[in-house]
Design a protein around this ligand. Structure first.
Ligand SMILES: *[C@@H]1O[C@H](CO)[C@@H](O)[C@H](O)[C@H]1NC(C)=O
Ligand SMILES: *[C@@H]1O[C@H](CO)[C@@H](O)[C@H](O)[C@H]1NC(C)=O
Ligand SMILES: *[C@@H]1O[C@H](CO)[C@@H](O)[C@H](O)[C@H]1NC(C)=O
Ligand SMILES: *[C@@H]1O[C@H](CO)[C@@H](O)[C@H](O)[C@H]1NC(C)=O
Ligand SMILES: *[C@@H]1O[C@H](CO)[C@@H](O)[C@H](O)[C@H]1NC(C)=O
Ligand SMILES: *[C@@H]1O[C@H](CO)[C@@H](O)[C@H](O)[C@H]1NC(C)=O
Ligand SMILES: *[C@@H]1O[C@H](CO)[C@@H](O)[C@H](O)[C@H]1NC(C)=O
Ligand SMILES: *[C@@H]1O[C@H](CO)[C@@H](O)[C@H](O)[C@H]1NC(C)=O
Ligand SMILES: *[C@@H]1O[C@H](CO)[C@@H](O)[C@H](O)[C@H]1NC(C)=O
Ligand SMILES: *[C@@H]1O[C@H](CO)[C@@H](O)[C@H](O)[C@H]1NC(C)=O
Ligand SMILES: *[C@@H]1O[C@H](CO)[C@@H](O)[C@H](O)[C@H]1NC(C)=O
Length: 654
């Protein structure tokens, strides 16, 4: 009896293992300390897999008890000196499950010590993929990662990128789809690329099979490698399509051209086709509470609470389930019916026991019609307060106003080259200081102050009453984290303490009225723009339209000012990429004398004149600001040390 039971359970198990249980996964790694010391270093290897929940059951109790969901063969090493590697178990601690999608997911990490300057491939191989795939029914799976422990050209050890996804993504059939896979890298300056995984080992980074039976698993799909965007159309309802990608990070453009990545990270997941039928065709949407792709700096001693807010659009449509991919230890509440069309789920996470580093979270809602919402992903950067994490640099745009402003100037703004939002914590201040005595005359906490408005690329500060004194000079400084990136994973902006970074002074009518009036017209100067420049901010220029009056020495202006055109950095690039074309243009340039002159005219004349001159001046100030910033931040200019400071700047991109 016992033997029969034993045999049948063994056969059953075999059946499962060789039938329907794998649903994709990923393997990533990073050094525990990016500064190389001696001939070897400790690396954290992280694996994450999803399974058929009928095979590897998981529920809230399993997660709370840190229960394991079983895997298959151990992760093994090949194609290199495997010094330091010992096989890694593939049973993982369950972190997520979805009843409707019949999926369980889990994660495991392990610390290894590897010698420096070696490369090898670690892979998870077993079988079989299930029946029900467009390509690859009952074939074996391979999930392969290239570990490279070389010291980077900037002197640090590399961290592999990460790919972020939920395990199964529903898409309606016969409708062209664009799906963006999020790539993230702790080394903010790296160039990321994703490519289809390939089976032929002779030609790929892993020197090994990277995708088993699901290579080219989405028929007809096109991949945009620079931003990991998949364009495809599913044609069969109730069939899955396996996606096997490798995400690779490159030190710079030359390395990208030479195809010499610093790591190769697998990301495998499934699309599921459904036909749009029935009374409800509009899937639910995740609408709050943080934007998709937000990046949340998290101290390792905090307790995180996040709310996912979902809206439904059809009568009788309600959120029946969530599918997610979350860090170990994150707890999910039951679904809350906030109203008949708004549903919520609360996530809580005690970060205390989590190692420093990025921890991605992805979720989507599934409704009672089996429609799936958009995918929503955020990344927690655990330990942003740690000296290990180098914070990104904030402003790569320009600030306004600069120069001389009226005493009633109440609106200040600065631009960023990335889409930013309100930071997630309090204590992130912008200070307005009087240059005469360094006294803070105003400060706003960007974490909550209603005076600070985030409009995406421009952040605006509005005073209800202005504290300025005529004739005084002021400067603005900022704490780290006054803005937080959303589409890139900039956990926080870097602090700005330089008192010359953003300077303005208040027009003093008393002083101005004592100067004599002249009628000299505005000077017209030729501005030659060049790709590089040594121009620094000319504080004699003003963006406010107010004349410069006294205190600043009036120097004879050069007839040619050399500036750099503002390169509009695409959200996916770390800095200006195309060198500006040298152009010549003639613009009206106002010099302090002109301002004084203008000031003596009637207010009406002055306004018109100043308005006419304002635009080009603003442009010049922006050029100058950008030039200064470009000098500070351009990847081609910064040395290795500065470069490292930028490393975490942009972790995530679309
Ligand atoms: C690793 O390679 C770098 C660059 O070639 C070299 O400077 C360093 O000494 C090497 N380290 C070890 C432990 O071999
Ligand atoms: C894979 O299996 C499913 C379900 O058995 C079937 O519908 C599909 O046609 C198969 N795909 C291929 C390429 O044979
Ligand atoms: C390897 O890649 C090269 C260039 O990309 C290509 O020409 C060649 O056919 C590939 N070899 C194999 C075996 O795929
Ligand atoms: C991805 O990059 C391509 C160009 O390579 C661009 O046309 C497309 O808009 C980008 N997609 C996203 C979602 O950024
Ligand atoms: C669809 O709508 C029709 C008419 O409003 C109704 O009779 C039917 O029961 C609905 N079907 C479902 C599945 O809700
Ligand atoms: C939420 O609403 C759905 C449908 O209206 C219902 O089935 C479910 O029981 C409700 N849940 C709670 C906790 O009230
Ligand atoms: C988080 O975990 C730590 C360590 O286990 C514990 O000391 C702390 O009380 C926990 N915090 C909360 C809010 O549960
Ligand atoms: C949390 O941060 C503190 C201070 O930075 C550090 O001493 C501690 O080791 C960290 N804990 C973990 C689990 O990383
Ligand atoms: C600020 O003061 C100037 C001159 O005193 C005046 O022209 C302008 O209208 C004022 N602006 C506001 C918003 O009050
Ligand atoms: C931030 O400060 C404001 C005002 O004191 C307070 O209402 C808010 O709850 C604080 N937020 C956090 C996250 O502490
Ligand atoms: C104000 O701070 C700057 C920079 O920190 C310093 O150079 C200057 O001496 C300070 N001025 C006064 C009056 O303390």
């Amino acid at each position: 009896m016992y033997i029969v039971y034993f045999l049948s359970s063994w056969i059953l198990q075999l059946c499962f293992i060789h039938s329907t249980h794998f649903r994709g996964g990923t393997i990533t790694w990073r050094p525990l300390n990016a500064t190389p010391v001696g001939g070897s270093a400790s690396f954290l290897v992280r694996e994450r897999y999803s399974w058929n929940r009928n095979t590897y059951y998981c529920d809230d109790t399993t997660i709370a008890n840190k229960g394991l969901i079983s895997g298959g063969n151990d992760v093994a090493c090949t194609a290199g000196p495997c010094t330091g590697w010992s096989n890694m178990l593939t049973s993982t601690y369950c972190t997520d499950f979805s009843d409707r999608l019949t999926v369980s997911s889990g994660e495991r990490t392990q610390v290894y010590t590897f010698p420096l300057n070696i490369s090898f491939t670690i892979y998870f191989y077993d079988g079989n993929w299930f029946n029900g795939l467009e390509v690859g029914n009952s074939t074996t799976w391979y999930v392969s990662n290239r570990v490279i422990t070389n010291v980077r050209p900037d002197g640090y050890l590399n961290t592999s990128p990460i790919g972020v996804t939920i395990p199964i993504i529903y898409k309606p059939i016969n409708i062209p789809q664009v799906h963006v896979v999020q790539m993230a890298d702790f080394d903010g300056t790296d160039i990321l690329r994703c490519r289809w995984s390939t089976r032929i080992s002779a030609n790929n980074t892993c020197h090994y099979n990277e995708c088993g039976g699901i290579c080219s698993g989405v028929p007809g799909a096109v991949l945009l490698e620079n931003n990991c965007t998949i364009v495809f159309t599913l044609t069969h309802a109730k069939l899955y399509a396996g996606v096997a990608l490798q995400i690779e990070d490159f030190f710079n453009k030359a390395a990208l051209t030479a195809n010499t990545p610093m790591s190769s990270v697998p990301l495998q997941f499934l699309f599921y086709g459904y036909s749009v039928t029935g009374n409800c065709t509009k899937p639910p949407q995740i609408i709050g509470n943080r934007p998709n792709r937000a990046c949340i700096g998290t101290s390792n001693s905090t307790f995180v609470t996040e709310t996912i807010v979902v809206e439904t659009y059809c009568p009788g449509q309600y959120v029946a389930d969530f599918v997610s991919s979350s860090p170990i230890g994150m707890r999910k509440s039951a679904i809350i019916n906030a109203s008949s069309t708004i549903f919520q789920m609360i996530l809580t996470w005690n970060v205390s026991n989590t190692l420093h580093g990025p921890e991605p979270l992805c979720a989507a809602a599934v409704d009672n019609f089996q429609l799936q919402s958009n995918q929503w992903c955020v990344t927690f950067v655990v330990g942003y307060d740690s000296p290990d994490v180098i914070r990104p640099t904030l402003v790569q745009g320009s600030a306004s106003p600069v120069g001389t402003v009226f005493q009633n100037q109440s609106v200040f703004s600065f631009q960023t080259t990335k889409f930013v939002g309100r930071p997630s914590r309090n204590g992130t201040n912008i200070y307005f200081k009087d240059a005469a005595n360094n006294v803070t005359v105003a400060q706003f906490d960007c974490g909550w102050a209603p005076e600070v408005t985030f409009t995406g690329y421009t952040t605006v500060i509005r005073f209800t009453t202005t504290p300025w004194q005529a004739g005084h000079f002021y400067y603005i400084t900022m704490d780290g984290g006054v803005v937080s990136g959303t589409e890139f994973c900039g956990p926080e902006s870097a602090p700005i303490r330089d008192p010359t970074y953003w300077v303005f002074n208040i027009w003093d009518p008393a002083v101005s009225s004592t100067t004599t009036t002249t009628t000299t017209p505005f000077t017209t100067a030729t501005v030659t723009t060049k790709p590089t420049s040594t121009t620094s901010i000319n504080t004699l220029l003003t963006t406010s339209g107010i004349v410069v009056t006294t205190t600043t020495p009036i120097t004879t202006p050069p007839t040619t000012s050399t500036t750099t055109p503002p390169t509009t950095a695409a959200p996916t690039t770390a800095g200006p990429t195309t060198p500006g074309v040298t152009t010549e243009s003639t613009v009206a340039v106002m010099y302090p004398k002109d301002f004084k002159d203008a000031c003596k005219s009637s207010v009406a004349t002055m306004t018109a004149v100043i308005l006419a001159a304002l635009a080009p001046i603003h442009t010049i100030v922006m050029y100058a600001t950008l030039t200064k910033l470009e000098k500070m931040f351009s990847p081609s200019r910064v040395n290795a040390g500065t470069r490292h400071k930028l490393r975490t700047k942009r972790i995530m991109r679309s």
